[in-house]
Design a protein around this ligand. Structure first.
Ligand SMILES: Cc1ncc(COP(=O)(O)O)c(C=O)c1O
Length: 376
């Protein structure tokens, strides 16, 4: 139940046993073209997709080094570890970064973003971390940002590392120019492949203004793909096979069904754990459906709690980041998550609390979660 890496289905693990092939062969073309096309389906885009052999940070960095030049002005909401890292990358690329800072657990509102556009001219790009994994918050107005970015001729870039595949996303319809994720989160694949999608407008800009970088040089990836359906550098083949199998599973289930499953499971987790006395860390209007961050009960010791949960019940949850360490724990609700995981997590947490001397309302928690899970 980590917010990544998440459980990997057997079918996906087995795909990694496929013998290593020549990445300059027809076999590779079949694998990579299929993988790219399926990636585009999940992002709901007709643009280009590049499946980088890298963790999520690689894809996020690629979006920065291929778009941002010295002196560019960028707006970004900042409210946690991953949005801070992204703001740092933008600064390192030479941008003037207009940070919309909010306390952790809260998001900049759409009005804040609008105001930032009204007060600042010549904005090259709006960047955002859709789901701030460190605090369990999620931006819920991705569909509205296009009005601002298109009016200001700005690029619109979404770090969806911990959420794509688990929530609704329409890259083309919502006017997003660049978006990326990491395979180890809601896609339920092993870590190491991170897809990035780029629309025609952003692609044109990148080709006309190529970056001074080799590995994450996206124009190079576009050129190789156009010419031969290859990647410029040796791809992580076993991971690519696994990632393709994960995409097959996503498309077999269907995006709508998969998203509904994530939403229902998170509703059940919030309600069930809430019945035990845990309160969500994030404010209600910013609450994530894929990372459930909960405040610790008074006196509940993080290390003992998570170690007991892991060692006695084999349920892994994550702790807090930075100064939230010891104050919150985070339950991943992504990828394979289903009825079984929800009920087992609630009962394991309840038993752990009992063992630590807390009086928990186990039955109430299980009942309310069970009720919510009927929506599946
Ligand atoms: C929102 C977000 N962005 C970026 C990253 C970085 O991904 P990785 O650790 O795969 O490099 C993470 C990882 O959790 C994340 O949650």
């Amino acid at each position: 139940m980590l917010p990544g890496p998440t459980n990997v289905p057997e079918r996906v693990t087995r795909a990694m046993y496929t013998p290593i092939i020549n990445h300059r062969s027809d076999d590779f073309v079949e694998l990579y073209e299929d993988t790219v096309e399926k990636t585009k389906k999940v992002f709901q885009t007709q643009g280009d997709a590049v499946c980088l052999s890298a963790s999520g940070t690689g894809a996020v960095e690629a979006s920065v080094v291929n778009l941002i030049k010295k002196g560019d002005r960028v707006i970004i909401p900042v409210n946690g570890e991953f949005s801070s890292r992204l703001a740092q990358m933008l600064e390192w690329a030479g941008a003037t970064v207009i940070k919309l800072e909010t306390p952790p657990g809260e998001n900049a509102s759409f009005e804040d973003v609008k105001e930032a556009f009204d007060n600042n001219k010549n904005i090259k790009a709006f960047y955002c971390v859709w789901n701030e994994t460190s605090t369990g918050t999620m931006i819920k107005y991705l569909d509205k940002v296009k009005d601002l970015t298109s009016r200001n001729d700005s690029f619109y870039v979404v770090d969806g590392v911990s959420i794509v595949g688990g929530e609704e996303l329409y890259v083309d319809k919502w006017g997003i120019d660049i978006a990326m994720t990491g395979a180890q989160k809601a896609f339920a694949a092993p870590p190491g492949i991170s897809p990035i999608v780029v629309n025609a407008r952003a692609k044109k800009y990148m080709i006309e203004n190529p970056p001074n970088t080799m590995y994450f040089n996206l124009p190079r990836y576009f050129k190789y793909y156009e010419e031969s359906k290859h990647t410029p550098f040796t791809p992580a083949l076993p991971l690519l096979y696994a990632y393709r199998e994960a995409l097959n599973i996503i498309l077999e289930e269907g995006l709508d069904k998969r998203i509904n499953r994530h939403r229902v499971c998170s509703d059940a987790l919030y309600s069930g754990l809430g019945a035990m006395g845990f309160t969500p860390f994030a404010k209600e209007d910013s609450r994530s459906t894929v990372v459930i961050a909960l405040n610790y009960l008074e006196g509940l010791e993080d290390k003992i709690f998570r170690n007991t949960l892991a060692n006695k019940f084999r349920v892994l949850v994550a702790g807090g980041f930075g100064n939230l360490k010891g104050k919150v724990f985070r339950v991943g609700c992504m990828g394979e998550v289903n009825r079984y995981h929800v009920m087992r997590t609630i009962s394991a947490i309840s038993s752990t609390l009992d063992m630590m001397g807390y009086n928990t309302k186990t039955l109430d928690a299980l009942k309310i979660a069970e009720e919510k899970l009927k929506a599946l």
